[in-house]
Write a protein that binds this ligand. Sequence first.
Ligand SMILES: NC(=O)c1ccc[n+]([C@@H]2O[C@H](COP(=O)([O-])OP(=O)(O)OC[C@H]3O[C@@H](n4cnc5c(N)ncnc54)[C@H](O)[C@@H]3O)[C@@H](O)[C@H]2O)c1
Length: 366
Amino acid sequence: MTVGIPKEIKNNESRVGMTPAGVFELVKNNHTVYVQSGAGEGSGFFNQDYQQAGATILDTIGQVYAMSDMIVKVKEPIAEEYNLIQDGQIVFTYFHFASSEALTKAMIRSKAICIAYETVEDEDGSLPLLTPMSEVAGRMAIQQGAKYLEKPVRGKGVLLGGVPGVSPGRVLVLGAGTVGIQAAKMAAGLGAQVTILDVNMKRLRYVNDIMPSHVVTGFSNEFNIRKHIKTNDLIIGGVLLKGAKAPNLITRDMLKDMHPGTVIVDVAVDQGGCVETTKPTTHEDPIYIIDDVVHYCVANMPGAVPYTSTVALTNVTLPYVLKLANLGWRSACKLDRSLEKGLNVVEGEIVYKEIAETFHLEPVFA
Ligand SMILES: NC(=O)c1ccc[n+]([C@@H]2O[C@H](COP(=O)([O-])OP(=O)(O)OC[C@H]3O[C@@H](n4cnc5c(N)ncnc54)[C@H](O)[C@@H]3O)[C@@H](O)[C@H]2O)c1
């Protein structure tokens, strides 16, 4: 099969769909890989690295789309790419169809095979191609939170690790899922006092088993949240209700109970956020302040660390890419039920129930 890796053209996206290690594996399996010139530069991978791994470098995005049976990328295609996608071409990437009718209609028109990273689902309901980005965001949340606790950026002026003779900072983590656990781990590593709240006792038991004793668990309810926000320096929002808006666990009136300079990093911003005052921000302008509380609400946190994010993402996508290339999409999806769940739009039809419902269309099952 011919596999194409275009350069991402969405604003501020520096990740790339495949590393030279992925190219090497595909070439070893007798596939041909076309990489658009400069596609990996933002993530620290150069044309020469891809060529050494066995790829052919093409000058334009048009050539990559025209010459490839399968396109592997990171972000959903944007309008400039719609007409490059061909009938029967496999496109394996994040799509988030439910949030864009224009994209959904364009992919229906293209008659391509659209396999979405975000709906590839394991038997236990986990989403293996979303997990690495949550891991990145969870770890990064503490790094960003620590920075915005500094006084020159209007934080409280607290060093999370403390120093001899001064207590460490206090971190409240809402949600003990992937984001929450990674955040708690980083905060604990810095020496902070960490409280992690969830409504799922299994998650809390797990945290209690694996974390050091300065990470304490609690049940997430309004009473406990109101109590903890008064004393914590940094609050991380990492809750998720699958497919729904995140619950507003911190309401506007609660901000006045926090110390001035408290920092909220609402990682759940991409699902509407778990703080009433959350609104999406960008890496260019990541924070805003309401009632003296610093809000960091960047919706694509992993985009700031493209090297780590690209490697983390491609580690988990590559086995599926290999399966698709070796077997073709029909056999690969028949053999691998997780991958089959990734089928969203196939040859002009929506095949994923929730997406069809979003646009009031009838799903067709492949
Ligand atoms: N901003 C970004 O760049 C970025 C990057 C990656 C992930 N995310 C988002 O971060 C959020 C968390 O992702 P995840 O992978 O950790 O999800 P997850 O499913 O692994 O964990 C979510 C946790 O929230 C808990 N929860 C649900 N309701 C709760 C409540 N009322 N109080 C406390 N906990 C509650 C669940 O029990 C679960 O343990 C998602 O919205 C995800 O899309 C954002």
